[in-house]
Design a protein around this ligand. Structure first.
Ligand code: GMT
Length: 375
């Protein structure tokens, strides 16, 4: 099939998932056309079956806000027609679903039918999409999609709760390439971070308010009182400078490293011991799943779709949002001795295998095959 994938090219979960999906489809012989404003960060491979089309947004002095969505629709039209696409799969509703709707109408005028599949990821529904400035367009364009998928049962329900959706939303949970994340740890790397055998805790996110990054730091400070430990903070966003101050205030500056955005997450995860995701909401928690694939137990909240990924008391623990005292006790329980940690690690890995790329990508292919033939 000739598939167009539209996504955000950044480190965000929706872009990561969309890129990994496109790479996997290309490996299976499909032709995959990425349509984005930048090369997606995870699109770091050469494949004869992968094409990248950059959306250029020409500026003009009149524009305070360059019309990105118009440029995106026009690029979609061009790619659909010149590469004879069979379908468009857009990830994250805003503005991709409405831009796809517009492109679909335009190509229909020249007799080209293009099915549009919209995958809902999270904040496009729960935070941004709900805003009344966006909601009518989001509702309309979701309803106009030929198929709608959500990355968790929770997000499916949240979507029905927040928008007047008249169509079936199918759940296709996120996936991880377990083979890639379960590689052998590089001992020298671990020794650099934790020279005295300290436990290594990790948080990775876009450092937005919804991630409650301050809870990561407070939990770590409690763990640090009980055992030697290091904290790696991966990613970047508005809360990072605030966290740098908090770390200084708590006197743990020598034990916390801010690593910024990292492309080779697997190298970090495989040498680490506990992943912390204390979010106010996660539709799924792809970052936690990637950690589990690297045999890391996860300490998370029980918000949103996280209970569909993390199993309380088995692959890690889940606590109420903001309950730092409970989170700290759970972290210490997991990390207190090597045997307990090893059991949690094994169970986290086994759970990740359920979401392996080889199990989920065929589900997308089956969905596509409802709209066009597989050749
Ligand atoms: O976490 C973010 O804010 C980024 C966002 C995105 O769309 O890039 O992530 C959402 O989609 C991911 C992939 O499906 C999910 O794993 C995340 O849980 C979800 N984030 C939220 O719901 C906050």
């Amino acid at each position: 099939m000739r598939i167009g994938i539209v996504c955000y090219p950044t480190f965000g979960g929706s872009g990561v998932l969309a890129t990994e999906l496109g790479k996997a489809l290309a490996d299976k012989g499909h032709f995959v056309h990425f349509i984005t404003y930048q090369q997606p960060v995870r699109l770091n491979v050469f494949s004869a079956n992968i094409f990248y089309h950059e959306v250029r947004v020409p500026t003009y002095p009149l524009f305070d806000y360059p019309p990105y969505e118009v440029a995106l629709s026009s690029t979609m039209v061009d790619v659909i027609l010149s590469h004879k696409l069979d379908l468009l799969h857009v990830h994250y509703a805003i503005p991709h679903a409405s831009a796809a709707y517009m492109a679909k109408q335009i190509v229909a005028k020249v007799g080209k039918k293009i099915p549009v599949i919209t995958t809902l990821h999270g904040t496009d529904i729960t935070l941004v999409g709900k805003d009344k400035t966006y909601a009518p367009v989001v509702t309309f364009s979701i309803n106009e999609s030929d198929a709608i998928t959500a990355v968790s049962d929770n997000l499916r329900l949240e979507t029905y709760r927040s928008f007047a959706i008249t169509k079936e939303i199918e759940v296709i949970q996120n996936f991880v390439d377990v083979g890639r994340f379960s590689k052998k740890p590089i001992d020298a790397f671990r020794r650099v971070i934790a020279p005295h055998g300290e436990r290594i805790l990790v948080h990775a996110s876009n450092f937005r308010k919804v991630k409650r990054v301050q809870d990561v730091v407070h939990v770590f400070a409690e763990v640090r009182k009980q055992m030697p430990a290091k904290l790696l903070m991966v990613g970047d966003g508005p809360e990072r400078p605030v966290m740098e101050d908090l770390v200084k205030e708590l006197g743990i500056v020598d034990d916390v490293r801010f690593l910024g955005k990292q492309e080779q997450m697997e190298e970090i995860l495989v040498v680490s011991d506990l992943f912390i995701l204390p979010s106010e909401y996660e539709s799924f928690g792809l970052a936690a799943l990637e950690a589990m694939a690297a045999s890391m137990p996860v300490l998370s909240t029980n918000a949103g779709g996280l209970p569909e990924v993390n199993i309380d008391g088995k692959t890690g623990f889940m606590c109420n949002v903001g309950d730092v005292a409970h989170m700290s006790r759970c972290a210490i329980e997991i990390l207190q001795n090597d045997e307990t940690l090893a059991t949690f690690k094994q169970q986290a890995y086994e759970q990740a295998c359920r979401f392996d790329i080889h199990n989920i990508v065929p589900v997308y292919e089956k969905l596509y095959s409802r709209f066009c033939t597989m050749d």
